[in-house]
Write a protein that binds this ligand. Sequence first.
Ligand code: 13P
Length: 256
Amino acid sequence: MPETREKIIAANWKMNKTFHEGLALLVELNMLLESEPTQHTVVVAPPYIHLHSAGHAVTDTGIKIAAQNCHQEANGAFTGEVSASMLESVGVEFVILGHSERRQYFGETDELVAQKIKTAAAAGLKVIYCCGEPLEVRQEEKHFELVKQQITNALKDFQPGVLKDVVIAYEPVWAIGTGLTASPEQAQEMHAFIRETLKGIFGESIAKATPILYGGSMKPGNAKALLSQPDVDGGLIGGASLVAQDFFDIIHSFPA
Ligand code: 13P
């Protein structure tokens, strides 16, 4: 039943905000949420270096802290990298994996992301697994095929138990940072397809319970229409999450 699924609004700051700017943004969001709380899950993913302090800044608000990435190995000689257990040790609860920017600029494949999911889950982190097609794939009408592949390749080897800690984010690449948004109908169509794909791999109860977020130019002006779709369980927000009031307005855009 859709109404029993967890609803989640997550902020992905990407490589934005210095330490002080980031804390100021969190404090402002914190104040807004104190004045008007939400029953839904709010997640904020700042850059690595802010994570420890971010955890302290939001202690009383219920905001959960996410990392934007982690390494696929549990530990070892990987200069410059950060492990899942390090993240967990500073209070991080979620990690975003498989973001299209990591796939595009850092060569991450479904197989690598599958390794990361395994390591993250073993460290006790919840995973926001991103999938979504580039523009040319949609133009060729191969978007369902690609998303099915991304979901299957990254998740098929996990026991259903791991899936309770996995959230899917559908982020069509052509909608990220472009101001173009998938229409509510396009988002619903793909989210329902992702749920069918999950059903095929893990069965109906996992498929029904897994939150599927939409990401790609979600803003206060379009959030309500997207979040009203039956299979859209939340959002993963980039640009609009860098302004506290905009992100707060999106959080409060779920239908009552
Ligand atoms: P925008 O909201 O800036 O389009 O970014 C979406 C995104 O990539 C979130 O992970």
